[in-house]
Design a protein around this ligand. Sequence first.
Ligand SMILES: C[S@@+](CC[C@H](N)C(=O)[O-])C[C@H]1O[C@@H](n2cnc3c(N)ncnc32)[C@H](O)[C@@H]1O
Length: 540
Amino acid sequence: MRILKRILKGKSMLKTDTFFTIKEASEWATQHLSKTVTTANISYLIQYGRIKKNGDNGMAQVSKQELMNYYKSYNGNREVLWKEQLGKDLNWTLSFDQYKEAETTKHVHRLHPYKGKFIPQLVEYFLDGHTDKFKKQVYFKKGDIVLDPFAGSGTTMVQACELGIHAIGIDVSVFNAFIGNCKVTKYNLDDAQMEINRITKALKEFLSNSHTLEFEEKLLQALYVFNNKYFPVPEYKYKVQRNLINEDQYGAEKEKEFLPIFNKLVKQYNIKLRQDKADSFLDKWYSQHMRDEIHFVFDEIKKIKNADTKRITSIILSRTIRSCRATTHADLATLIEPITATYYCAKHGKVCKPLFSILKWWETYTKDTVNRLSQFDRLRTQTYQFCLTGDSRTIDIFGELEKKNLAFVELARKQKIKGIFSSPPYVGLIDYHEQHAYAYDLFGFKRKDALEIGPLHKGQSREAKQNYTQGITDVLINCKQYLVDDYDIFFVANDKYNMYPTIAENAGMRIVNQFKRPVLNRTEKDKGAYSEIIFHLKKR
Ligand SMILES: C[S@@+](CC[C@H](N)C(=O)[O-])C[C@H]1O[C@@H](n2cnc3c(N)ncnc32)[C@H](O)[C@@H]1O
């Protein structure tokens, strides 16, 4: 490897540093970390100001010392640091840190956002036929049935489908069940593509009668010029990282400076930034123009004859409108206040704008969805998966299933369910209906918030914990009637209040093993050390 050396003149001494080209840096880092680091990964570090780019584009170089500092402060020491914080019994194999994001969000797993899903590799690990020094036994084999009584966005069902295992899901939120079922459906992709083309064409025609697109184009041009001048890439971020610029002050100043340009365009193109009322989620979080587009596309979807195509295009529309909520890029996960003007965005280090049309995301997600569905088509097996909507404490699983698939329920009654793989909600963490308020509003699905176990809005009080313990116990008691005698139950939970020993006891079960895994790559703002436990329960 050709390494360029440079002499850096410090104030009082001479220091030698090694400089790599991007390619050399990726090769060096791959060796240094014993895992693949691509040139794209290095470019990302430069782009986001973690390390500095020296030289021009033709001959960009990065400093070895800076790379080493970066990896030392974050990645390299992660295992050691996390074990110090979370205990030596942390099972690092279950971190799945060798997988890239594209793999943890592979094919249909990224069909629609959902807060609180587990990664497919974790499900695969427990469902597939391998053994290792932690997993000493195979729990599920081809043709078995696995149950997920808190199915969420359907991760267990999808992985079961890949592995030749049947799956039954249950979720109290009708929209969550809808997402899961959309993931496992086998589509007529030609029909889906034909309908998508028809709707996109109609949407473009609809838009050609308004000035929205032209307004957005002009706004983008103005922002491009402004951002290039005041937030040059990557120098600006590099300076922010090293506190050479007061980001808050500078960002606020520039945000204010851009506003008159924005207001002038709004006036010129007669853009209506807010709707007249703000009663529902759709009223509050979308401009009038967006709202009209959303309803236009939804009306076109209603014309579709094929029920599966209708469902998958509805999911695309839902994903689209989620990305189009009038929020800043930084607050996408936790909505604060609707934003109707341009703003300084700390995430992107420049002035950004809210969206004014759904077209871009609709086009992106239609392509992405068809791609993901065809990828999954190549992997899926001829097995059955379905998510029922209901309360897992009381639902008559086989009775409800009978209404969906008679042949399958006969098989299920005969062979019974082999076990459970699931991640229950945890006490006071997430409101599962509320996170998809936009979809409930649009589709008019009935909400059953009151039946959620341990929702965020009920908090983490003593009473909330007692109700939670009772709720999860009731789910286990209800579900075990449908399981084989020698069942295996795996519950993934971050049991910080130590409720699972009581839950197991009350449900007539025993915890036979606990796998404590680190949770990496959390996308939300909180990136601290965090672990969860996979409880293995069996009949007492
Ligand atoms: C942690 S999430 C599951 C996520 C899932 N493992 C995934 O990968 O998408 C828990 C789910 O339990 C559901 N839930 C809460 N209370 C329930 C109940 N009483 N019956 C059935 N499902 C319930 C919530 O709606 C939520 O989707």
